[in-house]
Design a protein around this ligand. Structure first.
Ligand code: ASP
Length: 431
C-alpha cells in the first residue's frame, strides 16, 4: 500500500480542512481583530488570491494555443461551423431546461412566502447590467490586443477562430504555425500541471477565507431560498445532465461525474468558470477522452456563455422576491424570465458574483424591485460556488455530446479510471 496519494485526493482533503478551519474561525474568532487582520484578510486572502491569479494567468495563453490547435485539427470551416452551431444550440437548450426546472420547483415550494422582510438588509444598489445590444456588439473586438490584455473571452475566441481559419487557408505557412501552436499548447498544459501542484495549498486558503467570512448562521434566515437553489442545482446536475449524457452522448453519467471531480473542486473554490477553464480542458481531454479539436472550442465558449447554475439561481430568486414582496407574476412574466435568464447567461462573464448583477436585468424586465437583491446577497457567495460547479458541468456535458456526434470521443480513455490522472511534476534539477 505505498500508492502515492493523487493530487485530487490531496486537494479534496485540503478543501475540507479549509472549510472546517474557516467555519471554526467564523464561530469562535470572528471578533478577534488579530485573527481578522493577519489571518483572514492577511495570510488566507493573499495566498488564496495569488492562487486564483495563477489559474487566471493560464487562461488566455492556454485558450489561444489550444483553440488554434482545435480549429486546425478540425481542418474544415464547414465542420467548424457545424460544431459551433451544435454547441451553441445545446448551450441554449440546457440553460432553458435549467431555468424551467428552477421555476417549476420554486413555484411548487414557494420560498419566501411569509418571509420577514425586516430580517434582510435591503440597501442593495445594483451596478447597471450591460445592455444586451452591447453584449452582441462586443463579441467583435475593435482591438484584439486589448481583448487579450483584458482577457475578454468572447472577443478572444472570435479573433483566434478567425486567425486559425486564415491559417488553414494559407497552406504551408499556416501548417508550420500550427505545428508551433501544437508545441506551445503542450508546454502550456505542462504549466497547468505545475500550477496544480500548488492547488492543495491554494484551495485550503481559499476555503478558509470564504468560510471565515461566511458563517453557517448567515444561511439560517435564508434557509428556504438557499435550499431550493441547492435542490434545483442538484436536480439539474444529477438529473438533466445524466439523462442527456446517457441518451445523447451514450456515456455513463456516474463515470463522468467521478472524473469531473478535480474541475468541480476548482469551480467550487474559485467560484469562477473562467479561472477553471484550464482544469476543465484538462479533465475533458485527458480524463473524459474528448479530442482537442472539439474541447478547445466548446469549453472556453461554454465557460463564457453557458451558465445553467446561474440561470437556476435567477429563476429561484425571482420567485422568492416576488413572494417576499407579494407580487403576482403571470405566465407572460415567467416566459420573459426564461428568455431573460438565457440572455443573462450569455452575457454573464464566468467570474464570481456576476450572476447577481445580471439578475438586476431580469428583475427590471418583469418589474420586480431591484433592491430585493439585497435580501439574497448574504448567501450568494456559497451559492455562487455551487452554481459555478454546475456551470462547468454543463460545459463538459455539452462538450461530450458534441464530441459524440462528431465521433471525437475516445471511449477507451473515458472508461479507463487511470486515464489522465493528474500527477505531480518532477522538476528537473538542471535545465
Ligand atoms: N460565478 C459564476 C461562474 O463563474 C457566474 C455567476 O453565477 O456569478 O460561472
Amino acid at each position: 500500500m505505498n500508492k502515492k496519494m493523487s493530487i485530487t485526493t490531496k486537494i479534496m482533503i485540503a478543501m475540507c480542512i479549509g472549510l472546517a478551519t474557516g467555519s471554526l474561525i467564523n464561530a469562535f474568532a470572528h471578533d478577534i481583530s488579530f485573527v481578522q487582520t493577519y489571518l483572514v484578510n492577511g495570510l488566507f486572502h493573499v495566498v488564496g488570491a495569488a492562487f486564483v491569479n495563477s489559474l487566471k494567468m493560464l487562461v488566455v495563453p492556454l485558450v489561444t494555443f489550444s483553440l488554434i490547435c482545435g480549429v486546425c485539427g478540425i481542418g474544415d470551416v464547414a465542420v467548424l461551423g457545424r460544431v459551433g452551431i451544435k454547441a451553441f444550440a445545446l448551450y441554449i437548450l440546457t440553460t432553458a431546461m435549467a431555468i424551467t426546472l428552477a421555476l417549476i420547483v420554486a413555484l411548487f415550494i414557494a420560498p419566501g412566502e411569509g418571509f420577514e422582510q425586516a430580517a434582510g438588509s435591503s440597501d442593495f444598489t445594483p451596478k447597471p447590467a450591460p445592455p444586451l445590444t452591447e453584449v452582441f456588439i462586443n463579441i467583435v473586438p475593435s482591438n484584439p490586443v486589448n481583448a487579450f490584455a483584458e482577457g475578454n473571452m468572447l472577443q478572444i475566441i472570435f479573433f483566434v477562430i478567425l486567425f486559425a481559419i486564415a491559417m488553414l487557408m494559407t497552406g504551408d505557412i499556416g501548417r508550420q504555425l500550427a505545428d508551433t501552436a501544437e508545441k506551445l499548447n503542450e508546454v502550456m498544459m505542462k504549466v497547468v500541471t505545475l500550477v496544480m501542484d500548488f492547488a492543495p495549498i491554494g484551495v485550503f486558503f481559499l476555503m478558509a477565507k470564504t468560510f471565515s467570512l461566511q458563517g453557517i448562521g448567515l444561511i439560517l434566515p435564508m434557509i428556504g431560498y438557499f435550499s431550493v437553489v441547492i435542490l434545483c442545482l442538484l436536480l439539474h446536475a444529477f438529473g438533466t445532465f445524466s439523462v442527456l449524457l446517457a441518451l445523447l452522448a451514450k456515456l455513463n453519467p456516474l463515470v463522468f461525474m467521478q472524473k469531473m471531480r478535480p474541475a468541480h473542486i476548482f469551480a467550487f473554490s474559485t467560484a469562477s468558470s473562467n479561472a477553471t477553464i484550464p482544469v476543465t480542458l484538462q479533465v475533458v481531454e485527458q480524463r473524459l477522452g474528448v479530442d482537442n479539436s472539439t474541447a478547445a472550442f466548446t469549453v472556453p465558449l461554454g465557460a463564457t456563455i453557458n451558465m445553467d447554475g446561474t440561470a437556476i439561481m435567477q429563476g429561484v430568486a425571482t420567485v422568492f422576491i416576488a413572494n417576499v414582496y407579494a407580487i403576482d407574476l403571470g405566465i407572460m412574466d415567467y416566459m420573459t424570465i426564461v428568455g431573460m435568464s438565457i440572455l443573462a447567461s450569455i452575457g454573464t462573464a464566468g467570474v464570481p458574483g456576476v450572476g447577481l448583477i445580471m439578475l438586476a436585468m431580469v428583475f427590471n424586465q418583469v418589474g420586480l424591485p431591484v433592491e430585493g437583491i439585497g435580501l439574497i446577497l448574504g448567501v450568494d457567495r456559497i451559492l455562487d460556488m455551487v452554481r459555478t460547479a454546475v456551470n462547468i458541468t454543463g460545459d463538459a456535458t455539452v462538450t461530450c455530446i458534441v464530441a459524440r456526434t462528431e465521433n471525437k470521443i475516445d471511449d477507451q480513455i473515458f472508461q479507463d479510471p487511470d486515464a489522465g490522472v493528474i500527477t505531480e511534476v518532477e522538476l528537473p534539477h538542471k535545465v
